[in-house]
Design a protein around this ligand. Structure first.
Ligand SMILES: Nc1nc2c(ncn2[C@@H]2O[C@H](COP(=O)(O)OP(=O)(O)OP(=O)(O)O)[C@@H](O)[C@H]2O)c(=O)[nH]1
Ligand SMILES: [Mg+2]
Length: 312
């Protein structure tokens, strides 16, 4: 077994941090490491929180950490910022928001940034979640800012995805965005102390009814993090969703699609790595001029790579 995984197994927090850096940076040993990580067979309850910038995700995470700790469980938090190439920097505010937990050995908080991982940020995040699971955390929580593709990716990564909305913003429109109703397993109306709660929750309820399958209606929970309200209910609903995943056919179906997607993602990443390596080795694109046909070029190099690959 990989030396680092041995250390992770024995709850070495520095090994944990080091392994996450390796997946973030696409270290050549990444896949071997992850395979060992997976073979430990440790699983956690994985939860995603996504929503617009400033919706209160980190404040919710902070409260959820307390909730989980109250139950005597350990928790890892991965904060993903798809807008920042640096891990750590954007999290300065969060350090303040979650400061009470930084000295708790049952809590691990880590930020991730884009930094050009081959499989993309979603892939690196999934790997980081796996590493946290291998360490033995009971709960792994991923916070990701809902911009662009990232909020749709989160559903591939975790068991339970909560979409955080607020009543005072353009968030009402958020729910009409393609795919949003589908990715969210439950909805959080945070900042429920502000005006507009009634309107937003009515709209959400209608949408939930419209899109509900027969067996499960998605929960809507109101929270006010500043007053620590609604957090216990939110945590209950999250756990209920997990129950559903592990006890019903539809839940199983969702887990199966996640697995399938992951296998395809890994294959795509691996093939891309190989083909790119092959082209670079042959300095294939260096002679390209600006009028080159990208379709033809891609086809030609794929064919060359295939020919070589079959010879092996
Ligand atoms: N009134 C009110 N303000 C809140 C509530 N929850 C969070 N806030 C405030 O909203 C602001 C943003 O909170 P964050 O927790 O940083 O939000 P976030 O979604 O993590 O933000 P990003 O990570 O930057 O996308 C802060 O000033 C919080 O104090 C709430 O329930 N009510
Ligand atoms: Mg945040």
């Amino acid at each position: 077994m990989h030396e680092l995984v041995e250390r992770i197994k024995n709850k070495d927090i520095r090994a944990l941090a080091r392994a996450i850096t390796m997946v973030e940076n696409d270290h050549p040993e990444k896949l071997a490491l992850l395979s060992d990580v997976f073979s430990l067979g440790r699983r956690a309850f994985t939860v995603g929180l996504t929503g617009s910038p400033g919706a209160g995700k980190s404040s919710l995470v902070n409260r959820l950490i307390s909730q989980v700790r109250k139950e005597g469980k350990t928790i890892a938090v991965i904060a993903v910022d798809p807008t920042s190439p640096f891990s750590g920097g954007a999290l300065l505010g969060d350090r303040v928001r979650m400061s009470e937990h930084y000295t708790d050995p049952g809590v691990f908080i880590r930020s991730m940034a884009t930094r050009g991982s081959l499989g993309g940020l979603a892939r690196a995040t999934k790997d980081a979640v796996r590493i946290c699971e291998a360490f033995g955390f009971d709960v792994v929580l991923v916070e990701t800012v809902g911009v662009g593709q990232s909020e749709l990716d989160i559903m591939k990564i975790v068991d339970t995805t909560a979409l955080v909305l607020t009543p005072n913003s353009g968030d009402v429109l958020q729910v009409f965005k393609a795919g949003i109703m589908e990715i969210a397993d439950l909805f959080v109306i945070n900042k429920a102390d502000l005006d507009g709660v009634v309107k937003l929750s009515r709209l959400l309820r209608e949408l939930v009814l419209l899109t509900a399958d027969e067996n499960r209606r998605k929960a809507i929970v109101k929270t006010i993090t500043t007053e620590n309200r609604g957090i216990d209910e939110l945590w209950e609903k999250m756990k209920e969703h997990r129950e559903y995943l592990y006890s019903t056919e539809e839940g199983n179906q969702k887990r199966f699609s996640q697995l399938e997607l992951e296998v395809y993602d890994l294959i795509r990443e691996e093939i891309w790595r190989e083909v790119k390596g092959f082209i670079e080795e042959k300095k294939g694109l260096e002679a390209l001029d600006l009028h080159a046909d990208p379709y033809e070029t891609a086809k030609t190099w794929l064919a060359k790579w295939k020919e070589e690959a079959f010879k092996k």
